[in-house]
Design a protein around this ligand. Sequence first.
Ligand code: C2E
Ligand code: MG
Ligand code: MG
Ligand code: MG
Length: 279
Amino acid sequence: EPLSEALQRYHPVGQASPRDSHEIRLSSDRVLAGLGAGSLRLVYQPKVDMQDGSLVGAEALLRWQDAEHGYVPAPEVIRAAESANLIDALTLSVLERTVHDRAAFLRAGIDINIAFNVSMHNLHNLAIIDQMSEIVAAARDQPECFTLEVTETHLMEDRAHVLEALIRSRLHGFKVAIDDYGTGAATMQFLMQLPSTELKIDRSFVAAAPRSEQGRVLFQSAIELGIRLGQTVIAEGVETEVEARLARELGCHLGQGYFYGRPMELDELIAWTPTHPVE
Ligand code: C2E
Ligand code: MG
Ligand code: MG
Ligand code: MG
C-alpha cells in the first residue's frame, strides 16, 4: 500500500484505540505537524457570485506531496486515511487549519465562508461534530462561516447516521453542502430530509448543459429544484465562458471551477482580485 508509510509518520496506527478521543487529539496534532511540514497542505478554490463576480467563499482541498511517491491525488489520500483509521484526525486537522487560515483572510479584509470536505466515515462519529464546534469556538470564530461538504454518492449507505450528524452540524451553526449533486444513488426523498443549505451541482451536468437539449433540461431542473428548496445553488467545475453564462442565465447563484479560479495557496487567494468578470 503506497501511502501507508507516509501515514505512519503522522499516526502511530494500532498503538491505541483510534476511537479514544485523547488519541484523536494526539494524532490530530501529528497530522497538523504534517501540514506544517509541507508534505500535506491545503489549497483554496474560490466560490464566486455569478451575478456580480464577487468572491463569496472558498473550498479547502487537500494536497499531498510525498517524498517517495510524489503527488498523491486527494481521493487516494482520503482512502488511505480511512483505512488507517486516521480520517477523523485528518478532518479535524483540516478544519483547524482552515480556521487558522480564515483568520488570515479576515486580517487581509476578506470575510468569506470556508468549505471543507467531510468523509462518510466521519459521520459515524457524532462526537466529531462537537469537536468541530469546539475548534471554531476556541478561535472565537462563527460556525456559520464554515461549510461541511458531504458527497452525495455514499449518503444512502448509512442514512440514520448521516441524518443525525448533519442535524447536529446545523444545530451547532455550521452550513452543510451536498457535494457532487446528481451523481449519487441518494433518493430525492432522502435528500429532502437533509438539513442542507447548499446544493453543489456536479461538473458532469455543467459540462453536458451546453452540449444537448437534454443536458440543458437536466441542469436547469437541478438548479430550479435547489432554488425551490431554499438552497444556495452552485455549479461545480465551471471551465468555460459558455458554461458560466448558461448557469447564470438559469439562475444558479454561485460558480466554482477553473474558469473562475484554480485551487490556490492561501497567499495567492488573498492576492487574487476580489471581483471578476461575470462571463
Ligand atoms: P470535490 O469536493 O468535489 O472537489 C472538487 C474537485 O474538482 C477538486 O479536485 C477540484 O480541484 C476539481 N476541480 C475544480 N474546478 C474544476 C474544473 O473546472 N474542472 C475540473 N475538471 N475539475 C475541477 P481534487 O482537489 O483533486 O479533489 C478531489 C476530491 O477529493 C474532492 O472532490 C473531495 O471529494 C476529495 N477531497 C479533497 N480534499 C479533501 C479533504 O480535505 N477531505 C476529504 N474528506 N475529501 C477531500
Ligand atoms: Mg467538495
Ligand atoms: Mg464537488
Ligand atoms: Mg466532485
